[in-house]
Each structure stands twice: as C-alpha cells, then as structure tokens.
Design a protein around this ligand. Structure first.
Ligand SMILES: [Zn+2]
Length: 103
C-alpha cells in the first residue's frame, strides 16, 4: 500500500495553501514533500512521483560512491542518517533500517 498523508497546516490557515505531505512506499524510506492544496490532486501525485524518483537517484548515487547499506533482499539505503548526518544507519530487519543514534 502506498500512503500519502497531509501532515497539517503548519501554521497556515489558508485552506488551499501549502502543506507538508508524507509519502510512505513499502521498501523505501519515508519521504516528505510540500504541496499547495489549491493546485489539486494531479499535481500532488506528480510531486509524490518526483519525490520517489529523486530518492531513487539519490540512492543510486549512494551506491556509486560507496555510501550505502543493503539488507541483501534487494533494498539499499544511504549509510548516512538524514537527520543527524552520521554514517550510522544499519539494517534492523529486511526492508527496515534505522540510525544507531536517532532510532
Ligand atoms: Zn541519526
């Protein structure tokens, strides 16, 4: 199942205004993107697809420069934590990684 969730108004009271969205795709790390609600669903879906493409490109770069970890089940991730910036990511179980410091 693919999940796209509006994370809220972030202080913006405009109903058609900018929001942050979470995108959860099985086998991928959680992604976020910003979308202006008044632009409609098609634009929202395009931004979600772009977020996936950008993440896949970033993952390919990580593999190319040797900054990746794998669960040996076909999934790879950056070895560097996006939150703390440390090279501290490790495989918890197939399909899931986490930072040794951030959890
Ligand atoms: Zn971290």
């Amino acid at each position: 199942m693919i999940l796209i969730r509006n994370l809220g108004a972030n202080g913006d009271t405009d109903p058609g205004g900018w929001r942050e969205y979470e995108l959860v795709v099985p086998g991928m790390k959680r992604l976020t993107f910003r979308h202006k609600r008044s632009d409609g669903l098609a634009v929202c879906l395009r931004k979600a697809a772009t977020a996936v493409c950008l993440q896949e490109a970033a993952d390919a770069i990580d593999v190319a420069i040797g900054d990746s970890i794998s669960d040996d089940c076909g999934n790879t991730w950056s070895a560097t934590c996006l939150e703390c910036g440390r090279k501290s990511m490790h495989v918890v179980r197939p399909g899931k990684v986490q930072c040794a410091y951030c959890g």
